[in-house]
Design a protein around this ligand. Sequence first.
Ligand code: BG6
Length: 506
Amino acid sequence: MNKPDDHIFVIFGASGDLTKRKLVPALYSLFVQNLLPDKFILLGVSRSGFSNEDFRSKMKSALHEFKEIDDLSKIDSFIKKIFYLSINTQSSDDFGILKNILTELRTGNGISGRTIFYLSTPPNLYSIIPKNLALHGLNKQDDGWKRLIVEKPFGYDYDSAVQLKNELMESWEEEQIFRIDHYLGKETIQNLLVTRFSNGIFEPLWNRNFIHHVEVTSVENIGVEDRGGYYDSSGALRDMVQNHLLQIVGLIAMEPPSSLEPLSIRNEILKVFQSFRPIKKEEVKKTAIRGQYLASTIKGEHAIGYREEKGVDPHSLTETYSALKFYIDNWRWGGIPFYIRTGKRMPTRVSEVVIHFKSTPHFLFNRNGFTNSSNQLVIRIQPDEGILLKFGMKIPGTGFDVQTVNMDFHYSDLSVERIPSAYERLLYDSMKGDSTLFARTEEVLAAWKFLMPVIEAWKSDHDIPLFGYPAGTWGPEHADDLIEGREVTWRYPCKNLADDGIYCEL
Ligand code: BG6
């Protein structure tokens, strides 16, 4: 990999959690691997009144705390590249100060006008900051490219997403905007493309003729932690489904792209989103399940319920769990159900895709020990990253008894020393101007459009239950009713890729 062009990387919201937990560690990793430009400045911007030295020392401590690589020997050389500016981003005048500092830093360090602006701020600033940047000409590319990286959420619903898009487009071009969905930066998510399109064995089976249904799970054992305020106005559907889960579905369901060009891949994903069968409002009760975690005891310890979390309304109706059944109306997937679910305070943290293949038309053998968990391809995104194929084998001895066996591959068996963090990959790509792993406006809007009937029905139809589930369990049992078919259930994955079941080791 080669180095990106020299530039200044500006982070708005620099005093926030994301900067110290993810962004600065990712930039440091790139630095250690010699993947940052020789001339590079990181400028942190936020309201807090820090000096350069204060901010540098905070980032140094953060690197010790959150670093994702072991080599801290170059920390001092990295820290010297960091600067800080305190401004009020709501005031357009303050962007004059930013402009002057950028000019000073560019001249003093021999850096061209190329600049990345990363919005790691509350979403209400997503249109104000780009507008203020533009008012001071900081979007103009005559002295070098200017890019804007926007964290999710891109809007709160379809209308607000359209409004945000229009506001951004007043002064920025689509090719300047990089919308981060950090799941796309995960190595295992990118491997979905490679698994499907580099192997002749899977693709011929990857369609309605051989697949019974597809299941996507992305759950966490943690609750909302200190993000109660944000989460309570968001909920599981907006926080995880609208972006991460639908992007996974896009990669699983897309047609082969004509090339690895960003537009070619993104076009195929967009076509999947555009083929989602619209959910009718009156069907929401049957096809979407929502839940909220309740206080319980986990491993002997009291776990509080969602409504007791800091920043959460004690009468909140926000869902911390959602499960959905839907169809993709196209030639490949016509009639095949997709089931997706996400939740906080589940028994374990796991993200995976399960491709459930159809059973044989007629079963010849004894079913002892042979269950519907055979005929599955499990693609584990995290943890114990890998791929598992479950199929039937003859039990040695007399007769023809069949049991389910596993064949698995674990990333940990590869000789590579470490898997780069999602942010590392995405920040590097944005510096190179490669938008393959970023969401396009049309995708974001199509995802919102698809979910709007559920969002609206959950808001206005009080007959649709919000099921309580004890913290540390797999969510409302009603989610099982979504799944069609005899003896078919969700897979209840354990921490280890090969294991599943409600009572497994977590
Ligand atoms: C974020 C959500 O986008 O993804 C969080 O806002 C969630 O609520 C997180 O915890 C999960 O990411 P990961 O990489 O830990 O699976």
